[in-house]
Write a protein that binds this ligand. Sequence first.
Ligand SMILES: NC(=O)C1=CN([C@@H]2O[C@H](COP(=O)(O)OP(=O)(O)OC[C@H]3O[C@@H](n4cnc5c(N)ncnc54)[C@H](O)[C@@H]3O)[C@@H](O)[C@H]2O)C=CC1
Ligand SMILES: O=C(CO)COP(=O)(O)O
Length: 340
Amino acid sequence: MTLAPTPHTVVLGAGAWGTALAIGAARHGAARVTLWARDAAQAATLAARRENPRYLPGQALPDTLQVTSGDALALAASADLVVIGTPMAALREWLTALRGLQAPVAWLCKGFERAPADDQPGLLGHEIAARVAPALRTGVLSGPSFALEVARGQPTALVAASAHAAVRDALVAAFHGPTLRVYANDDVAGVEVGGAVKNVLAIATGLCDGLDLGLNARAALITRGLAEITRLGLALGARPDTFMGLSGLGDLVLTATGDLSRNRQVGLLLARGQTLEQAVASLGHVAEGVYSARTVAQRARQLGVDMPITEAVVALLEGRLRPAQAVAMLMGRDPKSEGA
Ligand SMILES: NC(=O)C1=CN([C@@H]2O[C@H](COP(=O)(O)OP(=O)(O)OC[C@H]3O[C@@H](n4cnc5c(N)ncnc54)[C@H](O)[C@@H]3O)[C@@H](O)[C@H]2O)C=CC1
Ligand SMILES: O=C(CO)COP(=O)(O)O
């Protein structure tokens, strides 16, 4: 693999994850790194205080990291690698805006778009890119990674997934360093399905732990959840081995068990009796599983894929089931063989 240097990396979106990865890349020093925030006041605060107090308090921005809220498209046009660090809901608008770029473009978001209607499925990032920016060379950076730990420089392993070797190489060159290992993978569908569906399953394990159902129950949810991820992924053209890797099993275990997960927190808060609106409002960060769950279930139904845990989460989020009813529903299913 050629590790070509990327002289200028631009990260669009200064939330927790965009900021953490910009810190990581700037610390690594293989490229000049610019973090773009859409809010001018936020950019001014970051530049003046050298930290992101709203999204990543207490984590210092390296001196070499530039922060701006200027013309994002002009900035992207000057970059050798553009990284979209927004929530999934903004990915389509950014890919559309960037569609004429020559430089590689990767996104960090994990999820499906919200389904526009019952008969119109929401899409994964690479499916959106194929529709709105087919000429763009794109990829996704995924894997088990809480923003806070990456910002602190704690050891982390990620996956750079793209059909284009140049995109994989650009991501590795920009981010791979002493505390951040970046593995390349060309199974974009597999990496994206793992990253999207684990968020839904983390809501389920948060609920499970919040209801004190026990460690056996949590292990069962994680394992049967991985079976759901794998079935959906295979139906969407992914390779099975991807689901045993960092963006599959790795990210599922992290998010389903780690209390830094916002999706897991949603489940814990729902179990304590909060409404979905209260739970989401108290996070202050995006919890993609809340928005992706319905699309995951919808895509699975259209493909004839059985996803009972996901269906239970959707019913809970939509208020059709109470937590205890969801448990009864999952436990009351007919016996089946494990591999089926
Ligand atoms: N926080 C984490 O540990 C990780 C997050 N991710 C994924 O990264 C994505 C972003 O997550 P976070 O940074 O944690 O979210 P966050 O809630 O901390 O921040 C989101 C940021 O996106 C900005 N934003 C929203 N719409 C925008 C738009 N149209 N244009 C530009 N900026 C916009 C917001 O102003 C905010 O700065 C999500 O899809 C998440 O699943 C992936 C791995 C780790
Ligand atoms: O994707 C993540 C870790 O890999 C972050 O998970 P949450 O969005 O649930 O916090």
